[in-house]
Design a protein around this ligand. Sequence first.
Ligand SMILES: [Zn+2]
Length: 306
Amino acid sequence: MKATSGWRLFACLLGSVVLCAGANQSQAQNPPPADHPSVTVRGQTYTPRSILARNMGSEADRVTQFQPHKIIGNIYYVGTTTLSSFLIVTPQGNILIDSTYEVNAPTIAKSVADLGFKFSDTKILLGNHAHGDHQEGDAMMKQMTAAQVMAMAEDVPALRDMKPGGKEHPIDKILHDGEAVTLGGTTLVAHLTPGHTRGCTTWTTTAQEGGKSYNVMFGCSLRPPGVVTPEVEKELTGSFKTVRALPCDVQLGDHGAQYNMREKFAKMKEGAPNPFIDQSTCTMEADIEEAMMKALLAEQQQAARP
Ligand SMILES: [Zn+2]
């Protein structure tokens, strides 16, 4: 979603003056999405408004450090309570997926350090999709780490428009559907899953734990916009199919609620099975958002009837 002035003011009060210079530039005064239609998936009822609230949490949730933790193998969570940021550690430096809002840059750097890694070892910065809550901080992160910023071609125009404090959005390499990014023996594959944005990217990799290899999927948002155009319907329909076909043992997402992050984190215990290895949530987001897209389309068709 786009920023609203309330949270931004709050975040700026917490953050530094420098980080907040020009903070209002990329924001839009979006009204909250409608509280209809409603869909029930796996016993839970959702509306467009409730899904957004589930994703974003409170203003404080977006800028408050969530306890950084290992997910599996060389993959760690370094985001806030509701905005995901993932660190992938390799012997040749680290990969970061999602800078989130620019005000969160020091928080993410702290989370990396709290885990015992160096933020300055960040060599590659990747993104989930071209919305401010996931990639607004890219320019700041590049200043802090000199990481190479890579972006899916279809999201490049939207990223170029993202200029916090007037800073140009850095893009060092343009990626295409199916392209692999490799560093220090770890390979991530970029899958184009458009609809929420044109270049929404689902990343996949494998991680090793206990002598076994697991498929890890960093899901992109599949949330339909308020008005589902034929183009968006076509894009999302293809994306639901793509996501369901990807190998997945560990599902992650751009907001923790998309994979029950808090519930899984609470179950982490020495000697217990890793709660993040859980195929049951792999298609959860596709199921919810496909039901919502169909309900929105039905509502639109009903409204268009004379
Ligand atoms: Zn978004």
